[in-house]
Design a protein around this ligand. Structure first.
Ligand SMILES: [Zn+2]
Length: 212
């Protein structure tokens, strides 16, 4: 669609005029030395999850992998993009923190709860199997929490992907050496709130980051 490409081109022109123009020196500096991002964030591919905006970060600060449902396949499965990103982030870039970031109104989480909706998308159907254990936990526990199934699943999926993350040798090694910390986030698109699980929290306690 030409109109869509035109829209993108106009965005590029705006970026050059308004953003690059003001920060040209920072962009030039960013390529004069190797990138040194402090954090790897695995987030959903959802177009409303703008990781750099919600963390107030810019070029060179966060290494980002986005996929449907912010999944992290456990180590040992067929080699894929997420595993390569993890290895590169830990081995080459030596990030000091890894985030798995889920979000409200997630189509992947809805797909997990309505398997019939993904029958026409075999790759999606297969990919969502990384969230099946989280679905079991959410279905078994959401009534006693008094919260809706989708919200509980979104949190449990983040926690399950953190568990998968720990199966990757580079992650396990860095955690053991205390060179790395990890956290799980759920971003609420409508309110802008981010709820965070940290490794000193109880197993499924997410805390909302309050404004300063
Ligand atoms: Zn999503």
């Amino acid at each position: 669609m030409k109109e869509t490409l035109d829209l993108l081109k106009s965005g590029i022109r705006k970026f050059h005029a308004e953003v690059y123009g003001q920060r040209a020196e920072a962009y030039r500096r960013a390529v004069s030395e190797p990138q040194r991002p402090h954090t790897l964030i695995v987030a959903c591919a959802d177009s409303r999850v703008d990781v750099e905006t919600i963390t107030s970060t810019g070029p060179g600060e966060v290494f980002i992998a986005r996929n449907v449902g912010n999944m992290v396949p456990a180590f040992g499965e067929i080699p894929g993009g997420v595993g390569a990103v993890i290895e590169y982030a830990l081995d080459a870039l030596k990030v000091r923190h890894v985030v798995v970031c889920g979000h409200s109104d997630c189509g992947a989480m809805k797909g997990l709860l309505s398997p019939a909706s993904t029958i026409s998308m075999p790759y999606v159907e297969r990919w969502l199997t990384h969230g099946l254990a989280a679905r079991r936990i959410a279905q078994a526990t959401h009534e006693q929490t008094g919260r809706d199934l989708l919200t509980v699943l979104t949190e449990q999926n983040v926690l399950m992907q953190l568990a998968h993350l720990r199966t990757h040798p580079h992650i396990a090694d860095a955690l053991a050496r205390k060179a790395l910390t990890i956290s799980g986030w759920v971003y609420d698109i409508a309110t802008g709130d981010v709820r965070i699980w940290e490794d000193h929290h109880s197993p499924d306690t997410f805390e909302t980051i309050s404004p300063d």
